[in-house]
Design a protein around this ligand. Structure first.
Ligand SMILES: NC(=O)c1ccc[n+]([C@@H]2O[C@H](COP(=O)([O-])OP(=O)(O)OC[C@H]3O[C@@H](n4cnc5c(N)ncnc54)[C@H](O)[C@@H]3O)[C@@H](O)[C@H]2O)c1
Length: 504
């Protein structure tokens, strides 16, 4: 029989009332449903109810909730003294410790208590739902319900469909998510589910650029913020969530996908983990933090020369963005090499060395500029090994006249922004192709779950689908690394001149 989620007496059991269970109970009660809380620690559920009411009273004091709403939520929050008290629940959401044996045992006990058509869901972040359900009698009514921390503020919930999960269960849990005022997305039972898998791209590619000695963590973070509109760069994010959380998560996902090179973790990440430099909470991770928890400024990206170049060579006069930039900076633009001026190029996916050699330019004076994203805020510049630092600095000073900050990095195919964005977009395309979720849900989930300025498929459109594909093709050709192989989803849409969000 299909469960009617809108029934007025709908009762949701919440087992494990720590950080996540409290949030799940709160949004359930606020959604007008009964939340029956149970915790193995004596008095744990009652403590959780008191904490939720404190939070809600705070909202009343700020005028964001009425006294009547508070009273309703209070009446909806129940405390179960024993697991047997969960018998009337139509749904039970589990949020206990992240341990397979603990969860398997608990689900077995719950199955013996609740009615055979009640739904059982786990909030696990990393355990396969099918493995929790494996020993149960009615596996079709088991699914994942992956909320994000802090639950009341994070709107997304991933409804995880395991091998045996019925369509009716998925539909009921999508409806439950909506009643809890969440935005549900339906996701496959694969390592990292959707958001944690999708989040692999930014972290691992940032680490790779750093590991290759191309740029520092603060340079990579600044480009992701200023050029690409991300609220945080990968290193800031790793320090915030904690190296003890994100390094093991990266490893689980890498191993879960049988060592797919797109998900390769970095030994530098492991070194921090081994050292116990866990990020903000230990006063140091990729960055140092002062006693008040503020990031210690790692210093300026690059000292700018005071003497801007008065003329530059631009061979590719069709590149409107580059020509426009130089015209605004007021330098003389030469269409042919004069043997001394900086030669500006704007490669897509190639490094400065390859570009100079292929075009027959003087590699000492060739300056590659990344025109990705918000060029008014920041420009990234790179040169080939052995380049003339004086020529480079004169070009940098000229570009800085626009008011943009300039990041000078070592030669790298795809600079920072192209590499990072193409990798995020590529993984998003792959997730849509292999059916981890629908294309629309991939973008919704990554935007809501990670605060990205746009989802991965929309990011491919933002880069230009053809350019996004070209960046990957070039990086793979130059590095010979399978990590950069383009998703077939992306390749087809690039060839057809379509948006990356086009569904089949
Ligand atoms: N914290 C996060 O950011 C986050 C985000 C998404 C998902 N999750 C997942 O949610 C789950 C809970 O995480 P959390 O951070 O709330 O943990 P937590 O440690 O804050 O709370 C766990 C609670 O479960 C109780 N508990 C343990 N075993 C129990 C059992 N057998 N029966 C009943 N209660 C039991 C504990 O007493 C504790 O109150 C984990 O599976 C975790 O992976 C966590």
């Amino acid at each position: 029989m299909t469960l009617d989620i809108n029934r007025p007496d709908l009762t949701v059991g919440v087992v494990g009332t720590g950080a996540m269970g409290r949030g799940i109970a709160q949004v359930t009660a606020q959604g007008g449903m009964k939340a029956l809380m149970f915790d193995a620690a004596p008095g744990g559920a009652a403590k959780a109810k008191a904490a939720i009411l404190e939070t809600l009273k705070g909202l009343v004091a700020k005028g964001r909730l009425t006294e009547a709403d508070l009273a309703k939520a209070d009446a909806n929050l129940g405390v179960a003294e024993a697991m047997a008290d969960l018998k009337p629940c139509h749904i039970v959401v589990e949020a206990v410790f992240e341990n397979l044996e603990v969860k398997q045992k608990l689900f077995g006990e719950l199955e013996a208590v609740i009615s055979p058509d009640a739904i059982l869901a786990s909030n696990t972040s990393s355990i396969r739902i099918a493995s929790i359900a494996r020993a149960l009698k009615h596996r079709d009514r088991v699914c994942g319900m992956h909320y994000f921390n802090p639950v009341p503020l994070m709107k997304l919930v991933e409804v995880i469909r395991a091998a045996d999960t019925s369509q009716a269960t998925v539909e009921a849990m999508v409806a439950l998510g909506k009643r809890q005022t969440r935005v549900p997305v339906v996701v496959g039972d694969t390592p990292g589910f959707l958001v944690n898998l999708g989040g692999t791209a930014i972290g691992t590619e940032g680490l790779r650029i750093m590991q290759e000695g191309r740029a520092t963590p603060s340079q990579i973070d600044a480009v992701m913020r200023d050029s690409c509109g991300f609220r945080m760069g990968p290193f800031e994010l790793m320090d915030l969530t904690g190296i003890d959380v994100n390094f093991p998560a990266r490893k689980i996902i890498y191993e879960g996908f049988f060592h797919d090179r797109r998900m390769t973790p970095s030994p530098y990440h492991e070194s921090l983990y081994a050292a116990g430099r866990l990020g903000r909470k230990t006063g140091g991770g990729w960055y140092a933090y002062d006693a008040k928890g503020a990031k210690v400024d790692p210093g300026a990206d690059h000292p700018t020369s005071t003497v801007p170049a008065s003329s530059v060579v631009i061979m590719d006069t069709h590149n409107k963005k580059l020509v426009g930039l130089i015209a605004a900076d007021g330098a003389k633009m030469l269409g042919a090499d004069d043997g001394k001026s900086p030669i500006l190029v704007a490669p897509i996916g190639k490094d400065c060395t390859t570009t100079a050699i292929e075009l027959g330019l003087d590699p000492k004076r060739t300056i590659a500029v990344d025109l990705t994203g918000d060029t008014a805020k920041r420009l990234t510049v790179m040169t080939a090994p052995g380049a003339d630092a004086g020529v480079r600095d004169a070009a940098v000073a000229l570009l800085a006249k626009s008011g943009a900050k300039i990041t000078v990095i070592k030669d790298s195919p795809g600079f920072i922004a192209q590499r990072m964005c193409a990798m995020i977009a590529n993984l998003g395309c792959e997730m849509a192709m292999i059916g981890i979720a629908s294309a629309a849900d991939v973008d919704t989930a990554m935007t809501l779950g990670l605060n990205y300025p746009r989802g991965p498929l929309a990011l491919a459109d933002w880069l230009g689908v053809k350019d996004c594909h070209e960046i990957l093709v070039q990086i793979q050709a130059i590095t010979g690394d399978d990590r950069y192989r383009a998703s077939q989803w992306l390749r087809r849409r690039a060839m057809l001149g379509m948006s990356a969000t086009t569904v089949e």
